[in-house]
Write a protein that binds this ligand. Structure first.
Ligand code: GLA
Length: 382
């Protein structure tokens, strides 16, 4: 594709993965805990240096090639972002964020041609956007010889997402894509950005993670996601803390007295979910992955009833998986659509797949897309 679009061969290719979140949903922007892992689906970018200050991006998402002067990035983002094709806001937003971080070098950065191809399902809640951002960040940081660590690159991705795209998301997806490790999850403290690698040992335990993509697409740039975030901030303010991370389950009775029922349930989800992440990490270490099923199920119930971000298709996927013998199941990602994950014994994957497919058919939903994912390495040069 690079040769077709740009008429010459690239200098190299880089890639970054999507992710599933094992547990810890809507906790990241509350300074809390998350436990995602990178998956084998990746976005690849081919890059060639130009001898001018122009950046061009092409992708399999669109026939159009988008071109901007590097010096123009600061005028375009964030004020005039609507003038840029939507998919191109992700890579160009990362270029803008990195250029801002480049300090004195900003004026002398070389132009680049970039071509993207991805097999991360879009709109499935598997962070196709973090994969584009991560691939762009590692490719540009190396090409521009910027001395930035992976946490800073992840933050550049989140800046692109927040400011260049306009989705008020947290840091989880970018950190998972940047720091993923095969066979392990990334236990992230979203306040300090400290990371611990937690071995998952799915294969040794004879377990698989099955993704049930409902096909219900969602956008976090509009509507429910931002509303949930605002409710969390309201709840934290009423409790006199800077973020819900500062509350524990013991604080919930007082919260119930101080706020309306909806805000309280939003708060209760976040507070109990943080505890579930900590409990999951402990159980993984002490007892292995077969022990975490109940926590996954409790997480889903909390998102369905307290945070109210599930949809009937996700509930159906979770119930079908559990009834077919999954160890645990929950929706993953921001909600309002996207995918559910199920932790399933290797020899039950077919039953779970068949049960979910049949349940969708019986409910009159479009057929889900079902596949297994493996915890994989994060962003790198290919
Ligand atoms: C989306 C966001 C993340 C996180 C999740 C919910 O994936 O991009 O930052 O908030 O939703 O856990």
């Amino acid at each position: 594709m690079f040769e077709e679009r740009f008429g010459t061969a690239p200098a190299g290719t880089w890639s970054a993965p999507g992710r599933v979140n094992l547990i810890g949903e809507h906790t990241d922007y509350n300074d809390g805990f998350v436990l995602p892992f990178a998956i084998q689906h990746r976005t690849h970018v081919a890059l060639r240096i130009r001898d001018d200050g122009v950046i061009r991006v092409a992708s399999t998402f669109d026939d159009e090639t988008v071109e901007l002067g590097l010096d123009d990035l600061t005028d375009v983002f964030p004020a005039r972002r609507d003038e840029v094709a939507e998919w191109a806001r992700y890579p160009l937003g990362v270029a803008w964020a990195l250029r801002e971080l480049a300090g004195e070098q900003a004026g002398s950065l070389t132009g680049v041609d970039l071509a993207f191809a991805s097999n991360v399902p879009v709109g499935a809640g598997l962070s196709s956007s973090a994969a584009i951002e991560g691939a762009t960040a590692v490719a540009l940081a190396e090409t521009w010889a910027l001395d930035l660590d992976r946490t800073v690159l992840a933050r550049a991705g989140r800046t692109a997402e927040n400011e260049a795209v306009g989705a008020p998301t947290g840091i989880m997806d970018q950190m998972a894509s940047m720091l993923g490790r095969a066979d392990a999850a990334t236990f992230l403290d979203c306040r300090s950005l400290e990371v611990e690698v937690v071995d998952l040992g799915f294969a040794a335990a004879g377990l698989e993670i099955v993704v049930i993509d409902t096909g219900v697409s969602h956008s976090h740039a509009t509507g429910g996601y931002g509303e949930r975030r605002a409710a969390c901030e309201r709840g934290a303010a009423l409790m006199g803390v800077s973020a819900l991370r500062d509350l524990g389950v013991d604080d919930l009775p007082r919260a119930a007295e101080l706020m309306d029922d909806v805000t309280f349930r939003r708060v209760r989800h976040v507070v109990t979910e943080n505890q579930r992440v900590i409990d999951t990490v402990r159980l993984l270490r002490e007892a292995g992955p077969a022990a975490i099923g109940d926590l996954l199920v409790a997480s889903h119930g909390s998102m369905r009833d307290d945070f109210e971000i599930s949809v009937p298709e996700l509930d159906t996927a979770v119930e079908a998986a559990l009834s077919a013998g999954a160890v645990g199941a929950r929706m993953t990602g921001g909600g309002f659509g996207g995918a559910a994950i199920a932790l399933v014994a290797h020899d039950r994957v077919k039953q779970v797949t068949d049960a979910a497919t049949a349940a969708f058919e019986a409910s009159g939903f479009s057929a889900p897309t079902i596949f297994t994912v493996a915890p994989s390495d994060g962003a790198h040069r290919d």
